[in-house]
Design a protein around this ligand. Structure first.
Ligand SMILES: [Zn+2]
Length: 110
């Protein structure tokens, strides 16, 4: 256990209080923990976080990994660069499937 001291704005403090009251019997530490775990899960892709993207010019028609829109030869998609996440249950294995995101989906990851 660690005691953290940080500052949030009034709206965030009110939101935290209300979420903690609704879901965790008023326990703000549990609410924060759950929020951080949820963030890790959503940005983490099973324990791996995307730390950046490399642009890739398509040599054949390719579908975006996330929204499945198909992009034609010559268009640019973005290949994620992975970095191991810190989630408690982070998987040991790096995603190995071909993974190219369109610009819109790539922006959603960062
Ligand atoms: Zn997409």
């Amino acid at each position: 256990m660690k005691r953290l001291n940080f500052t949030v704005d009034d709206e965030t403090a009110t939101l935290l209080e209300s979420l903690a009251a609704q879901l965790y019997g008023g326990n703000k530490s549990l609410a924060i923990r759950s929020a951080v775990e949820s963030l890790a899960a959503h940005s983490g892709h099973s324990g791996w976080v995307i730390s950046g993207f490399t642009p890739v010019e398509l040599s054949r028609d390719t579908a975006c990994h996330c929204c499945h829109t198909t992009f034609a030869v010559g268009q640019t998609l973005f290949k994620p660069v992975f970095e191991r996440g810190v989630a408690q249950n982070a998987l040991q294995e790096l995603p190995v499937e071909p993974w190219l995101d369109c610009q819109r989906c790539a922006l959603g990851h960062v």
